[in-house]
Design a protein around this ligand. Structure first.
Ligand SMILES: *Cc1c(COP(=O)(O)O)cnc(C)c1O
Length: 377
């Protein structure tokens, strides 16, 4: 085999050291950088492919389906779905999980209308275009949570049409959680019998199970499917996530494909076989107790950030059980330096597990230095 030349290696090394530099100032995106999957390096030598339904046979034998089922079992238990009713697979991220949920919903209720709030992730509007489902955007409250009155009125005037509701379990910008029990109550009040609720729990799906007073986030609370990202709270070098739902729904869309000997229940054909290993390894290492501790530490740093910034007169705030700290949009220089994600007049920092109090202190110093100088009273 030809070894890569010196120029090639140099270019890779430059890229790697750039990543190292960026990693030291990474506050704006919900991706945890504290992870170590070096135990999996030997698997880079194999052509691993998880094509097909992880709960069925596959002719493509170099797969990690058994471990993938283990991973789905862990997440299903976390989301309070009995093992014998649960189905799911490891996706390429939260977007695919959302698409899977809405795909199932559309197959169950082809004429249904998809409702979601203004604060919903940008993937959802795109998905409704791909699936060509009718959709109605509902107003949000200032907090980022859906406006229940607007939802009530809008569903009321479409009472003859099935409801497909896309619930935010932690919005991207403000970390707000739509109260799925209130949504269920609205549907009951309007005597809507045909409905489906998908939960977009990209980040908070790995936070709420580990706090003492969580907002509703489980199947027991009324979800029909849930999407959780793997590369966010858990952390991974390759984007990934899980789509979770009831096996009975999936049976409605399953088609058997003879040539690969699989059930074609997933959105893509060939699927990543390494990401299930990563999620499994993380679960093996941390377990529920380890994740509980990680979440506790993250929430502590988030509380510290709010306190520290408020002490400087900056009106930072966050939702209960959220690591997303909302701040007024700082200067472009600060946004760029700390890799923040600004949106209109706000921005946020997200205290993922790699973010320490020291990061917050340094960030606070930069914010203060960038503030316009005002006359002191
Ligand atoms: C990040 C995020 C997504 C999309 O997840 P990807 O893994 O980036 O595809 C969806 N919804 C919410 C609320 C998110 O924060």
């Amino acid at each position: 085999m030809t070894e890569p030349g010196a120029g090639t290696l140099r270019r890779l090394e430059e890229l790697r050291s750039e990543f190292d530099d960026l990693a030291s100032r990474f506050l704006g995106y919900p991706t945890n950088q504290n992870f170590d999957y070096s135990a999996l390096l030997p698997f880079l030598r194999y052509c691993v492919n998880n094509v097909g339904d992880p709960f069925h046979e596959s002719n493509f034998a170099t797969n990690t389906h058994e471990i993938e089922r283990d991973v789905i079992g862990r997440f299903a238990a976390l989301m309070r779905m009995p093992a014998d009713q649960a189905w799911g697979y490891v996706t390429n991220g939260g977007t695919e999980g959302n698409m899977y949920g809405l795909f199932l919903a559309r197959e169950l209720f082809p004429e249904g209308i998809v409702y979601f709030s203004e604060d919903t992730h940008y993937s959802v509007l795109k998905i409704t275009r791909v699936l060509r489902t009718r959709n109605i955007m509902i107003k949000s409250q200032e907090s980022g949570e859906i406006d229940y009155d607007d939802l009530y009125e809008t569903v009321r005037i479409n009472r003859d049409v099935p409801v497909i509701f896309m619930a935010n379990v932690g919005t991207t910008m403000k970390g707000a959680v739509d109260d799925v029990r209130r949504v269920r109550a609205i549907l009951d009040d309007l005597a809507i019998t045909r409905s489906y609720i998908h939960g977009d729990a990209a980040l908070s799906g790995m936070i709420l199970p580990f706090v003492d007073d969580p907002q509703p986030h489980t199947f027991a609370d009324g979800f029909d499917s849930i999407s959780i990202s793997g590369h966010k709270l858990i952390g991974a070098p390759i984007p990934c996530g899980v789509a979770l739902t009831r096996a009975a729904y999936v049976a409605r869309i399953a088609r058997s494909i003879e040539y690969v000997g699989v059930m074609d229940t997933t959105l893509t054909g060939s699927r990543n076989g390494l990401t299930p290993l990563m999620l499994w390894l993380a679960w093996e290492r941390f377990g529920a107790e380890g994740f509980r501790e990680i979440v506790r530490e993250m929430l502590e740093v988030a509380a510290y950030a709010v306190e520290r910034l408020n002490g400087l007169g900056i009106p930072a705030w966050r939702h209960r059980n959220s690591v997303t700290v909302v701040i007024p949009r700082p200067s472009d220089e600060v946004v760029e330096k700390w890799q923040l994600a600004p949106y209109q007049e706000i921005a946020h920092l997200i205290t993922m597990h790699h973010v320490t109090r020291d990061h917050i202190d340094r960030f606070a110093d930069d914010l203060v230095a960038a503030l316009p100088v005002t006359e002191s009273a």
